[in-house]
Design a protein around this ligand. Structure first.
Ligand SMILES: [Zn+2]
Length: 456
């Protein structure tokens, strides 16, 4: 039976910030918007082991807003369950998602192996949620699209991707279902992203599904370039090394851009800059491959290529870990949950000459959070390590809109949207944003509930 009204159901990112999956049924088709992994708390992560309530083979197509794991990380599971339709995404999202999924498969395999070795899983053998091989099986299903290209699902059901300002390739999705227009914000960036085009201003919609990650917060008013300059100069005066634990996509490129600009302007000393993270190196190359998707000039790219040592091999990394000469090192992971940064910390975290700059959000329970809260020691590789290096934080490079940005974006609609459903937010963030949207913009706004049908 063909549905003649768009019908929505949220299977994730409703009341939480991970596991984004929204099923849209219209004109006889079932389309899943994002296919994300649940992350963080254990009861959420356990949901990743469940099959979706809708059989995978009944889903016709997937529309992916961007590459982050909380939007793409369930794809290998869905393919394993029998999904074999098209996965629509922008050109850079296709490239980045493959990198991210294979890395995720590798981590899942390593964690399962570690659990079996240490006997965490007492009763049965621990299994990876998916493997690198599973992640590779997603690749043939991708269909890459340009910005604003019109993509038809049926003659009456079509969509377009527009710049979201969140990460490279990230998109707002505008869907035309018969005479209804639906806008999915995806994750939406600040009004003036450092390296990306700002979120596209939309003009009308019967329904807006809006993310609310920072629905209750404002970003600090600070200039990341000034902070970086001060931290580099201060560390240089001490004669130490600056370590920046970094996220592979977007944050690594933002910091490399700022550092190389400061260096060429003579505002920081002539220090060597290293990016030691195979995933971040690959993501940086994707940036270079898609110049139409970001605002970096040719000169700025050339400067990064000339000034930054891209480290991928383990041997090179080990050599760098052993060296004590002043330098700047960016290494994964961004919240110090794993990755090569731990090898540097094993060797250098107890030296007060060195500085650690935390350049992004640090989730509860991560080592990055402990450092941000001035822990005097942190545990990794089965040992406790003293923290004598200085720890600094920089919070202004967020990839998400804050409350003011979200209000501003919504107020740009020429006609008031018929309804706004808030997803991708903790309950308090969605609640506070809902109140603001109702009071200030007189919008019919509510927090999306999981597994409830919304007919538009
Ligand atoms: Zn995201």
């Amino acid at each position: 039976m063909k549905t003649n009204q768009p019908d929505l159901i949220f299977y994730g990112a409703a009341g939480t910030v991970t596991g984004s999956k929204t099923l849209l049924s219209f004109d006889g088709k079932k389309v899943l918007i994002d296919c994300g992994l649940f992350q963080g708390l254990k009861h959420l992560r356990e949901e990743n082991w469940q099959d979706l309530p809708v059989p995978a083979h009944e889903i016709d197509e997937i529309i992916l807003t961007h590459a982050h794991l909380d939007h793409s990380g369930y794809l290998p599971r869905l393919v394993k369950q029998g999904f074999n339709g098209a996965i629509h995404a922008t050109d850079p999202t296709v490239a980045l998602t493959q990198i991210i999924l294979e890395d995720s498969g590798k981590i899942q395999e390593e964690e399962a192996a570690e659990a079996n070795k240490r006997g965490y899983s007492k009763h049965k053998k621990a299994l990876p949620l998916y493997t690198i091989e599973d992640a590779k099986k997603v690749k043939p299903l991708f269909v890459a699209h340009k910005n604003s290209e019109v993509v038809f699902i049926t003659p009456h059901f079509k969509f377009q991707f527009h710049h979201s300002g969140h990460i490279l390739g990230g998109a707002i999705v505008e869907i035309f279902a018969g005479d209804k227009t639906l806008v999915f914000s995806g994750d939406i960036g600040q009004q003036k992203p450092l390296l990306l085009y700002p979120p596209k201003r939309m003009h009308n919609a019967d329904l807006v599904v809006l993310e609310s990650t920072y629905g209750d917060r404002l970003h600090p008013e600070e200039n990341p370039k000034d902070i970086l300059k001060d931290v580099v100069n201060h560390t240089h005066q001490k004669g130490g090394i600056l370590f920046v634990p970094t996220f592979a996509v977007e944050r690594a490129q933002e910091i490399l851009y700022l550092l190389t600009q400061l260096k060429v302007a003579g505002e920081i000393p002539n220090l060597n800059i290293f990016l030691d993270s195979p995933m971040a190196v690959e993501a940086t190359k994707v940036f270079f491959d898609f110049p139409e998707w970001h605002t970096l000039s040719k000169e700025a790219i050339q400067l990064i290529q000339d000034e930054v040592y891209l480290i991928t091999s383990y041997e090179q990394s080990q050599e760098l870990v052993a060296s004590t000469s002043p330098k700047i090192v960016l290494a994964g992971s961004g919240m110090v949950t794993g990755g090569r940064i731990l090898h540097y910390f094993e060797r250098h975290l107890d030296n007060p000459k060195n500085t650690v700059l935390l350049a992004g959000f640090q989730a509860m329970g991560t080592r990055g959070r402990s450092l941000a809260e001035h822990a005097h020691e942190i545990k990794f590789f089965g040992e406790w390590y003293r923290v004598r290096a200085e720890v600094k934080q920089m919070n202004s490079l967020s990839a998400h809109s804050d409350q003011n940005d979200l209000l501003d974006w919504l107020s740009g609609f020429k006609t008031r949207p018929g309804k706004v459903l808030l997803n991708h937010g903790e309950p308090n963030a969605s609640h506070q944003l809902k109140l603001k949207l109702r009071d200030q913009l007189k919008l019919d706004a509510e927090a999306a509930l999981p597994r409830v049908h919304y007919t538009i």
